[in-house]
Design a protein around this ligand. Sequence first.
Ligand code: AMP
Ligand code: ZN
Length: 467
Amino acid sequence: MKLFNSLTRQIEEFKTIVPDNVSLYTCGPTVYDYTHIGHIRAYVFNDTVRRIFEYMGYHVQHVMNITDVGHLSDDGDQGVDKMEKGAAKYGKTVWDLAKYYTEFFFTSTDMMNILRPNTICKATEHISEMIAIIKTLIQKGNAYETKEAVYFDISTFKDYGKLSGQNMDDKIKASRDEVYSDPEKKHAADFSLWFKRVGKFKDHTMHWESPWGDGFPGWHIECSAMSMKYLGKTIDVHTGGIDHIPIHHENEIAQSEAASGVPFVHYWMHYHFLQVEGQKMSKSLGNFYTIKDLVKKRISPMAFRLLLLQSHYRQPMNFTWEAAKGAEEALSRLRNLIIQLKNQKTKIKGESQKVKINDFDHRFNDVISNDLQTPQAIAIMWEMVKSDLDAPNKLELLYKFDNVLGLKLSETKTDTVSQEIIDLAEKRKTAKISKNYVLSDSLRKQIENKGFLIEDVKDGYKIKVKG
Ligand code: AMP
Ligand code: ZN
């Protein structure tokens, strides 16, 4: 198995610490707003990494945190707390906000058939673990206290900048120009491990007792604390978005390795961002979409998953409605093929079938284990279903591949459009002609509840199996 390691900036042979086991940590969501389709790209990627490891025979221990405190709007020390900002915006308490958006996150990931990590842990439930690391860092001379905070002193960590390739002197110089509030900070680039409930944070809602007084943890320390608690001091793989390379992950490395004295992570994997119609997603541009928005526009979660898999995780991805419709049609074609395959039971005997099965199987393995070449994996899947393999073999391989793709292909309903659905559709057509839209909507719902989608086309309607 080969992976691109952001730390060495090259594709490397993957070797685990414990044979056949993978420890995998994923930076989880900051639960202050809706999970959008960019986040979905991120978590489908995390899910795909995990599925591929499992497919290759590894036992995976997957841990993901929930950031419900400490993440400032600039990812560093100067911004405002994202949770407090979200609470003010939506008129909720920070605790209610966290609960609401955590639920929204998991509803979205469940809709996307994203497997839940083995351990899901909240920052607010690991304050004592974070305090313990900060204490160690102070004892070792890597951190210091001021009237406003406890900071990690980046000049004490000689490898600072190794992930992003930033030169520490440049970073310190650049940071000098930044506006920063704490006059006792030794270098502007030092980052906060603990914020005291003073100054701009004097009214901070979430706060805990600590050896440095009342306050709350910085964002970066939570991932170090939870990764080490659940997976050990050194882990195999840590994932996150490319936005995390220069600050969050650089800081995670510094504080973890300074505290433990051993490497924190062997393989760092970072995915690129999703844009919408060539632009950054934002509410003000009106292009901020959740998975529920896609469903309303008749793009099913599995069609969106297929679309995501068609681009490589290290490439930027541009979401367009046209491409999404294309994926919906492709998935519908695939499901129709599956229905046909299920109806053809004949098995072709002979060695040539076995050779072909092995060939598709190996080629699929080769591409997924070569830094997750999912677009090629999808291409091989299509080639296989269109090949002259017999139907039972095709289905068996398809369902096997789907352990990686996660498109719920085995759940395809075989009862092609039954008379019952056609009757409902006809009634709906009559209701629409007589402008009885309440009835026609209710009939559409009944059809959808039975697992089908009805689409109006020029000369009537089209019925499709729901994705
Ligand atoms: P956040 O909730 O902002 O901490 O983000 C959670 C994860 O989603 C991080 O790993 C981000 O890098 C990732 N992420 C945020 N926006 C996007 C986007 N537009 N495309 C891909 N990943 C994203
Ligand atoms: Zn993190």
